[in-house]
Design a binder for this molecule. Structure first.
Ligand code: ZN
Length: 79
């Protein structure tokens, strides 16, 4: 997919504006495209930036770093 500055996507009812993309070295050594998005925090309405690797399932944050919801499951301690 082609990403360009100004491209707007909707995810979960939230609007994200693309602010650019750049090549990024992937874990497997290949080059992937890292796409940066700008959105407004769902809590404080302040703009924040999020990024994800093109091709991966987009799961953009809905909040700024300050209000990021701890929706990540707690890591299990392996014994
Ligand atoms: Zn916020």
């Amino acid at each position: 997919m082609m990403w360009f500055e100004g491209k707007i996507i909707m995810q979960n009812g939230q609007r994200y504006t693309c602010v650019g993309s750049k090549p990024h070295k992937g874990r497997d050594g290949g080059t992937v495209t890292l796409v940066r998005w700008k959105s407004l925090c769902a809590t404080c309405s302040k703009p924040f930036e999020a990024a994800y690797v093109d091709g991966a399932a987009p799961s953009l944050s809905r909040r700024c770093a300050k209000h990021k919801k701890p929706g990540v499951p707690v890591k299990r301690v392996r014994k």
